[in-house]
Design a protein around this ligand. Structure first.
Ligand SMILES: Nc1nc2c(c(=O)[nH]1)N[C@H]1C(S)=C(S)[C@@H](COP(=O)(O)O)O[C@H]1N2
Ligand SMILES: [Mo]
Length: 423
């Protein structure tokens, strides 16, 4: 039997400095994603905001929180998500994108004030940088559709219950991010050979207890051509809640890697060891934990990329349908660093499965959309189940594997429907 991925970090390449140097310069990722290569060429060098999509155009201008129809988990710090049936768009409008904050939104972001803002780069670099927005905007610009999902999305589905923001399934979106490549900035600073990791900082104030939110990524991922410092979301300046004026976009990885209100990149000679990189924060056990039993700290490993997952956005849960007409079902699927290979749906508790039509995204790291039809011959209560497979053969589980903080939840999504036999 082939060994299945337990958690995302085990499916990621090992991030040794040596491997990074060995592959630098080659664009291995592009060859397997021909469509993406073309996409990149088309939009490279375009001025910010030209690449608008229909959904983007419909985005609300208002930055008031909560966004309309949002399920609010907390006001201070602000955390809110949307129910899956409001996440139908291929490109998630700003008005439907979840918000996850550990601290307060910086005043600068609320005022949209660039005055005095700099991005500093220091640590294991040839020269320290202090860059203005104008400096950054001189670099070539790129747009990418990227799934942004909180590591804790699905946390409320863990049994036994775990602490933390009780996200259901809506702490995920796929918007279009425009910015510059992080590697262009790092190359400008010049990485020293000892550089292994970034420690990223934002302008949000620390919460009452503990340090300011800071996380990091390995140099290899930082130097990947898809890793961005973004200034725009769906063609608009970043909204205050989403990181104005700049945030990281680390495609395929958990949302916490995507530092908002970015103002400092500390190039480190060791794995970043801030509070949010340590202990049980954004870490999962290196072995399948006994549900409810917290593994020792030394058995926890940093959570990196997401694992295969899908969402049913149509129909809305609990909808009443007629047995005479087929029901349209559909949603999205994504798989971190991997491709989505298949999506199956079931209406009989997983006894039989039907393959859905799966549409590849415009570029790597965007979510796939899928659709199918189901017909019901008898009245009663049914559940629509969706199960995605990635190109490594990993699939979504039927029961949620447990870890102490409820990260990387990807148990299959189930949506109830009521069928009325009278047609
Ligand atoms: N500076 C800063 N960056 C941050 C956070 C934060 O609290 N502060 N939260 C992170 C987490 S946990 C997630 S899931 C994403 C959420 O991004 P969004 O609010 O734009 O959806 O931002 C990440 N970046
Ligand atoms: Mo998150």
């Amino acid at each position: 039997m082939t060994k299945r991925t337990f958690y995302a970090h085990s499916s990621s390449p090992s991030y040794s400095r040596r491997r990074f140097l060995g592959t630098a310069g080659k664009s291995a990722a592009l060859t397997s994603w021909g469509i993406f290569g073309g996409f990149l060429e088309v939009i490279l060098g375009e001025s910010l905001g030209q690449k608008l999509t229909t959904s983007a155009a419909a985005d609300i201008q208002s930055e008031t929180l909560p966004k309309p129809d949002m399920i609010v988990h907390s006001e201070n710090p602000f955390n809110g998500e949307f129910p899956p049936h409001l996440l139908r768009d291929p490109v998630t409008p700003i008005a439907r994108h979840f918000v996850r904050n550990n601290g307060d939104i910086p005043e600068r972001a609320k005022r949209k004030d660039l005055n005095g803002w700099r991005l500093t780069v220091d640590g294991a670099v040839g020269r320290n940088l202090s860059l203005s927005m104008d400096d950054l905007l001189r670099l070539p610009q790129v747009s990418l559709r990227v799934v942004l999902e909180c590591a804790g999305n699905g946390r409320s589905l863990f049994e036994p219950k775990v602490g933390g923001t009780p996200w259901n399934r809506g702490a995920v979106g796929c918007s279009e991010w425009t910015g510059i490549r992080l590697r262009d900035v790092l190359n400008h600073a010049g990485l020293k050979p000892q550089a292994v990791y970034l420690g990223n900082y934002g302008e949000d104030s620390p919460p009452e207890s503990g340090e300011a939110f800071s996380r990091g990524i390995p140099i290899e991922k930082a130097m990947d051509e898809h890793t961005l410092i973004a200034f725009k979301m769906n063609g608009q300046d970043l909204p205050a809640a989403h990181g104005f004026p700049a945030r990281l976009i680390v495609p395929g990885w958990i949302g916490s890697a995507m530092q908002k209100w970015l103002n400092r990149i500390w190039v480190r000679e060791r794995v970043h060891d801030s509070e949010k990189m340590s202990g049980y924060s954004y870490r999962v056990s290196s072995y399948p934990a006994v549900p409810g039993n917290t593994p020792a700290k030394q058995d926890m490993e940093i959570a990196t990329s997401w694992i295969v997952k899908s969402l049913i956005t149509t129909p809305q849960p609990g909808v009443a349908v007629k047995s005479t007409s087929p029901v349209n079902v559909g949603g999205h699927a994504w798989a971190g660093e991997n491709k989505v290979d298949k999506l199956y749906v079931s209406d009989d508790y997983g006894v039989s499965w039907r393959e859905a039509r799966l549409q590849s995204p415009m570029n790597r790291y965007a979510w796939y959309t899928w659709e199918s039809e189901l017909s019901f011959e008898n009245r009663g209560y049914y559940e629509i189940w969706a199960r995605a497979f990635d190109d490594r053969g990993d699939a979504q589980p039927f029961r949620q594997p447990w870890n102490p903080k409820g990260y990387l939840g990807n148990v299959i999504h189930r949506v109830p429907v009521l069928v009325d036999s009278k047609g």
